[in-house]
Design a protein around this ligand. Structure first.
Ligand SMILES: Nc1ncnc2c1ncn2[C@@H]1O[C@H](COP(=O)(O)OP(=O)(O)OP(=O)(O)O)[C@@H](O)[C@H]1O
Length: 209
């Protein structure tokens, strides 16, 4: 099992957004989060990636197994495309950036400053970073935003290869990537219960039912 989430409750901006979220993600599996705007998909992904603590519940994953691709690409604007990838390869202790450049059709852009790329090109570079992390569990927040049809297909190919190689993916996306192995997790809007926490309560110090 690559990821095990149990009875998770999470908050954003001091307000609870989701509770009782449980799922397992096995090697080779993709799980797609669905739900209306504001339901808490990004918050759940951030929590799974370890960027914020849960109010309650557990996220269990192997050490250094998760690679998170957020909404924003987080690129170094004054480094070239290749330098960005080398920078991350050094951080994650992986070597060769060639598969990442080729995998996201970035070879013709290798020497361009990242800050000069178009939105879709930046997104491709942000996604190419996943390949240089060498990490098995991809946590992806709307990975196809700004991508054209050809780039969405390219990303779906890379994702399929990742899953076929024993990787897994948890993602928020409204696009059907045509993954036969993908499962859907529908998230329901949080409903406050009488006597539960109110705005301004110290949610991280307590628990709610
Ligand atoms: N920085 C923030 N400060 C306070 N509240 C926030 C912040 N970011 C998000 N929220 C609120 O937290 C709730 C969950 O937001 P989140 O971004 O997780 O939802 P989402 O399901 O990813 O939405 P979308 O589909 O629009 O991307 C929303 O009500 C949102 O308004």
């Amino acid at each position: 099992m690559s990821l095990h989430v149990t009875d998770l409750a999470i908050a954003r901006g001091g307000l609870p957004v989701l509770e009782g979220v449980s799922f397992d993600l096995a090697a080779g599996q993709a799980l797609v989060l669905r739900g209306p705007n504001g339901v808490g998909k990004t918050t759940l992904l951030r929590t799974v990636a370890g960027l914020q603590p849960p109010l309650a519940g557990r996220v269990e994953a192997g050490e250094e197994t998760i690679a998170y691709a957020a909404h924003s690409d987080g690129l170094k604007a004054m480094l070239s495309v290749a330098e960005n990838l080398r920078f991350w390869a050094d951080i994650f202790g992986t070597g060769d950036i060639a598969p990442a450049l080729a995998g996201f059709d970035l070879e013709p852009l290798a020497d361009r400053l990242a800050g000069t790329l178009s939105a879709g090109q930046k997104r491709r570079l942000g996604l190419a970073r996943l390949l240089v992390t060498g990490r098995p569990v991809w946590v992806l927040d709307e990975p196809t935003v700004s991508l054209d049809t050809a780039s969405v297909a390219l990303f779906a190919q890379r994702l399929r290869a990742h899953l076929a190689g024993g990787g897994s993916a948890l993602m928020a996306t409204h696009i059907d990537l045509g993954l036969a192995e993908a499962e859907i997790l529908e998230l329901a809007p949080f409903r406050a219960v009488p006597g539960g926490p109110a705005a301004g309560d110290d949610l991280f110090g307590g628990s709610f039912a």
